[in-house]
Design a protein around this ligand. Sequence first.
Ligand SMILES: *Cc1c(COP(=O)(O)O)cnc(C)c1O
Length: 807
Amino acid sequence: MFKDKEKFKKRFNERFVSMHGKALSEATENDVYQTLAYMVREYVTSDWMHTKETYIHKKSKQVYYFSLEFLLGRFLYNNLLSLDVLEEVREGLEELGYDLADLTEEEPEPGLGNGGLGRLAACFLDSLAALGLPGHGNGIRYQYGLFKQKIIDGYQVELPDNWLKNGNMWEIRRPDKAVDIPFGGHVWLEEVDGGYRVHHEPAEIVRAVPYDMPIVGYQNGVVNNLRLWSAESPYDDDELLHQHSGNYKDLLAHKQSIQTISEFLYPDDTTYEGKVLRLKQQYFFVAAGLRSILLSHKKRNASFKQLGNQIAIHINDTHPVVAIPELMRILIDEEGYEWEEAWRITKSVMSFTNHTLLAEALERWPVDLFRNLLPRIYQIVEEINRRFCQDVLDNYPHLASHMQEIAIIADERINMANLAVVGTHSTNGVAQIHTEILKQREMRLFYEMFPLRFNNKTNGITHRRWFLLSNPQLANRVTEAIGDSWINHPSDLQKLTKWSEDRQLQQDIKQIKLENKQELARLIEAETGITVDPYSIFDVQVKRLHAYKRQLLNALHIHSLYYRLKEDKSFKMTPRTFIFGAKAAPGYHYAKEVIRYINALAKLINSDPEVSPYMKVVFLENYRVSLAEKIFPASDVSEQISTASYEASGTGNMKFMMNGALTIGTLDGANIEIRDEVEDANIFIFGLTPQEVMNYKKYGGYNAYDQYSSQPELRRIVDSLVDGSLFPVGEFQAIYDSLITYNDEYLILKDFQSYQQAQERIDRTYQNPEKWYQMVIVNIGKSGVFSSDRTIKEYANAIWNIKPVQV
Ligand SMILES: *Cc1c(COP(=O)(O)O)cnc(C)c1O
């Protein structure tokens, strides 16, 4: 249908009329988008069904990726590319008088995640389908995605992201596959011939209704499934009215309270807000996912004995860890397995990824809260804990004195990370250094008990969305140089490195970068009114706002340049545009203050005629996948400046590298592996090493005040946050206090000078375009290993034991 342009135009017209009940001449852009998206979705349906049938027919082992977040981004372009009809559709639409690029902007963006963790889940789904691997997603269909950010007078303001208001063209609601999930109430055991039967009288039953979205493989006929669950009342309105004694208001309140379960995505790093609801969300999507997987398993298999050979369930961070006791419950209470057998099966099915070392992100549920909401699951967790502690006493007596630390239940809390390691056959970190720190520090005692369970899987990104799709000019030029084998084998990008000295290639990449920067400059002008120079260095830091990511270090450096330009007439710098994008969790006051500080610097600098010819500062609001797709291709410098040992991996660093930006970074997360690939000559490394940072944290000895008082330039900058010389008196007191009063937890002052020197190296290198673009080419050439295809192959082979299927 799409390959034949005339046929496509005719079908498009018919579809439009039947969907919208009016003539195409009366169409809005949104009407046209909806029609096109609907046609694409319709077009994938047969491959979608066929893929499912093939997996069943071939009895393929399938993996289910359980994640509370999927930061998907838009689908239209991606699906047109995967179906290999992008050019045909572009031309067909043009003849109908529409611009495809404009239409894609009409697609509401499923922002069902906070940042890297959710984006990783989305990249993994893309790679699974592209590699023909039977792998699906399981999550929540939040009615509201991550908040929409506006910047008003320098402040972050949050607005709800009502992404479903015009409908979602990519999903299919499947009420026939709904399952009911019980919460609360009480549990009792009935003795029946020597054994027990478990009864659970729940206080509330919630119906989980699945919405399926197709995940289209890259030009291979494979379409996997992303199943997202929505919470509804299980009763029809007549029943409900009866239950509420005819009180219509109570009925509505009841419905409303159930729907809140799938209403909002929680920003991950706010504190205790909505704790019960959050646990409810976790059990809701986990229990629904397991029920639907096991129902289809039971249709074809008599027993669960070999479940681990037929399905794998992956637990993305601690949020879905209740899957472990829930599977135990099903095997024991519903299927009648003995504990030991159920435990063997459960561990063979489940695997776990740890994503962070930050204490604030490690989930520990208060026992009362957990027991009240999930009474039967709590009993099972208790028994898992009892047996685990016994195992420690029997087999690892030297660890007995550390029981508080390794027990699953301790201090009236359930430690979900401990449960995850104990109840799975694999625990992995997301970059080499992160996995090493897990083994040597956070989970040292577990590593001693289960050394074979721990492994590393360095994160990756899909080079299809983040390069082929978002930077087509550069992708074409790369193909011209080395052929197109890199599209299916991203490690072939390596071939580019032997052209790194080629003047023509350097020139062409420089030109493409310039055009991408011109396009971003237009967007910046349209969104902020700020005019930026595309010939300046585009220096970019885009990621969630968090103290450990140290946007503040970047801001303090900008502040230092401001003073130098104002006061040192001999000071010269290559013009730079500093670009930021970052959302702060709504309850995270410090992060919001840093946003305000960056915006205050922007106002000061951009309006100063002495300074603004050399530098501009831009804060782009509402950082999200679709904006990211426009930023990476236009970046020269990638800011990856977290305090060493705090960033588990980072994936933004990989997107920049692939798009030909050079990294200024600490030896942290995957920066280390990027450095290993490109070598020191092709990256700007600065700052404390992870070991030095960890020594400070362990033994103390860091004094921020010494840093401040011994560096006059730095002292002046820090003072000006509060002394009234640049901003009103006390304006950035919270930031000042974080640095001085609270001893600079993230060692910003300590790394300042080394960062400044690395920035000076960048300035000098950029003056020599041949050198700069030689480095750029090496970076692009070495980026193939950071494709999520490589990561997913490692998971498939070493953790899930799944094989590609010919569809
Ligand atoms: C890649 C990505 C991230 C992760 O960025 P890091 O720099 O690794 O923290 C966050 N948000 C969006 C929208 C992304 O595309």
